[in-house]
Design a binder for this molecule. Structure first.
Ligand code: CA
Ligand code: CA
Length: 587
């Protein structure tokens, strides 16, 4: 595991360029709750709190998308480029983005010029597991808020980029960090709250979800994700998560993982926060008998109290690092308030989002080896002979029986968000098909040290592809179409009412597909790999589409044999914004 060194000037400064500043952001809670329906702005991660990443815009459509051209491009600069996993936000003519090494920018959307840049001062010895990425910020009122690699939350003035408040989440030396986009949620009792999780599941931290006052950053409630730990509400202990030692024998729950590193979504219909939890710690499952709740799960949290309304464990007693963090997307399934999630473990789940009940689940990647399927309650049917062996049962006690497991721990799908189109009734899932040699080793917890107890090498399982963008029908479990990619997909997806799907590839191609057939209608090479998530909005009667390009993320660091296939990709850091040329747009 690498220790990242901050290399640039060690001062946290907001650089205000000498240009005219457009109107400042003033984002209300209604703007956020209604974000999906208002095409003039994008004020939430997920293009709406439900996370559907669906835009109502139709000006760019199947007939004219082939004519898209760059409106402007802006470089993120810096001496060193790393993965750019951000999703931009746009409000009142200003775009807000985050970048690698905990940086943030405001950009004039008319010209692509920088309004301000914020470079967070990062200390020596930060411990991000999977590249120095950031996945975006939150806008509320006149603030832009984002998490940093040294486990802080920083609220900037959206107008100037100056720090309004800054709060420590936890000790970065223990492995805590923050890379997810915060979520703004309405609450009756507390007013709008800022909901965030924590990263650090590979270091034996205990996952939690926290709600803060947006104006001050003060904590309203906290909810640990591992059974036996007690939450807080208004500064006092509240309720215990689960029941101590019910599904965790012994003491390992105290360093039990369950990191909430990808943040959550919010459903205004049920008034619930949905958030996923990562692997139980350590990876070596033989050390922690039991289901290890609520690791590798999706949980629904009441924003008023921080209490868990329901939980659904995708991989009970995980032994493969199948983090259950992937986004929960609320959608209507023939009148049922449903939610869907595509798990690292290779299965796609459809749940009743009012109570967490399992509706159906099915594989969305091929050759899954660790489970033969799901039972009527959605619990995996484990394949015993494919389970990594117990090291204490081996001759020297140092290495358990190795297995080849599919998917690899980087998942049938990782963090990169899927999109749901209510017209086609399909989910568009950025998936990867790969496996790993996996074995267990003894390990003991040590603060700030990797806490895995496992060794692994990721390998391809097909000659022609690893990545595949798949159109998934949640009603039938069918894969309607699939577009293969030689390299692993690592960026988000967006779909529109015009029947388009947008996504990017590691080779840097930003593509538009026909949402019904998967046919490619447009492609533009952005010069570096795309691991960010696209957005679209309308301004002055014109539809704009933006994606941030810049190769990196977990694949080059952890990808084993797969990493070799992407070793020649160039790094970068560029915001690309597209529009139709005037002659085409007018038609
Ligand atoms: Ca909007
Ligand atoms: Ca993990």
């Amino acid at each position: 595991m690498k220790t990242w060194k901050w290399f640039a000037s060690a001062s946290a400064v907001a650089l205000t360029a000498a240009i005219t500043v457009p109107a400042q952001a003033d984002v209300s809670i209604d703007d956020i709750v209604n974000d999906a329906a208002t095409a003039g702005d994008v004020v939430s991660s997920g293009i709406g709190p439900k996370g559907q990443r669906y835009s109502t815009l139709t000006k760019v459509n199947k007939d004219n998308v082939g004519s898209l051209v760059p409106a402007w491009a802006m470089s993120l600069g810096g001496e060193k480029m790393r993965g750019q996993e951000t999703q931009p936000l746009v409000k009142d003519g200003v775009m807000y983005i985050t970048g690698s090494y905990s940086r943030a920018w405001a950009i004039d959307v008319k010209t692509g010029r920088e309004i301000w840049q914020y470079d967070h001062r990062l200390p020596e010895g930060i411990l991000p597991c999977c590249d120095v990425v950031n996945r975006g910020g939150a806008l509320f009122g006149d603030k832009f808020i984002f998490g940093t690699l040294d486990a802080k939350l920083v609220a900037l003035s959206a107008k100037t980029g100056k720090v309004v408040w800054s709060k420590k989440i936890d000790d970065f030396k223990a492995g805590f960090s923050s890379t997810a986009a915060p979520l703004i949620v309405p609450s009756k009792a507390h007013g709008p709250i800022l909901v965030t999780g924590v990263s650090g599941g590979e270091f034996g931290i205990v996952g939690r979800v926290e709600a803060r006052k947006v104006d001050s950053g003060e904590i309203v409630w906290s909810r640990p994700t591992i059974e036996g730990h007690v939450g807080t509400l208004n500064g006092k202990p509240s309720t215990m998560t689960g029941k101590k030692n019910e599904t965790w024998k012994g003491d390992l729950w105290k360093t039990g993982g369950g990191a909430t590193w990808l943040g959550g979504t919010y459903d205004p219909d049920t008034k619930l926060i949905f958030i996923g939890t990562g692997n139980p710690a350590p990876w070596n499952s033989h050390m922690r008998p039991g289901d290890n709740r609520w690791s590798c799960a999706r949980i629904a949290i009441d924003p008023e109290t921080g209490n868990i309304k329901w939980g659904f464990q995708t991989t009970p007693h995980d032994g493969w690092d199948y983090d259950g963090v992937n986004e929960v997307v609320s959608f209507d399934l023939n009148g049922t308030k449903a939610a869907a999630t595509a798990d690292r473990n290779g299965f796609f789940y459809v749940l009743d989002r009012t109570n967490g009940k399992f509706i159906r689940g099915f594989p969305f990647v091929s050759k899954i080896s660790w489970a033969s399927g799901l039972d009527d309650n959605g619990r995996p049917k484990y394949v015993k002979e494919n389970y990594p062996g117990n090291p204490t049962a081996s001759k020297d006690g140092k290495k358990g029986k190795a297995v080849f497991a599919i998917p690899s721990f980087l998942g049938g799908k990782n963090w990169m968000p899927m999109a749901y189109n209510k017209d086609t009734k399909l989910f568009y899932v950025p998936s990867n098909e790969w496996g790993m040699d996996l074995w267990n080793e003894p390990v003991t917890y040590k603060k700030g040290a990797a806490y895995l107890g496992a060794g692994f090498t990721i390998k391809p399982i097909f000659d022609d592809h690893i990545g595949a963008l798949k159109a998934v029908d949640p009603a039938s479990g069918k894969i309607v179409w699939s577009v293969k990619s030689k390299t692993p997909l690592w960026g988000g997806v967006m779909t529109t009412a015009a029947g388009l799907v947008f996504y990017g590839t590691p080779e840097g191609d930003f593509k538009a597909l026909d949402a019904s057939s998967g046919k490619e209608l447009w492609s533009f090479n952005t010069g570096s790999g795309i691991v960010g998530s696209p957005i679209t909005w309308e301004q002055d009667g014109q539809q704009y589409i933006t994606v941030v390009s810049g190769w990196g993320g977990a694949v080059p660091l952890w990808g084993g044999e797969v990493a070799k296939s992407v070793a020649n990709l160039n790094q970068g850091g560029m915001v690309w914004t597209f529009k139709l040329p005037k002659t085409v747009a007018a038609n």
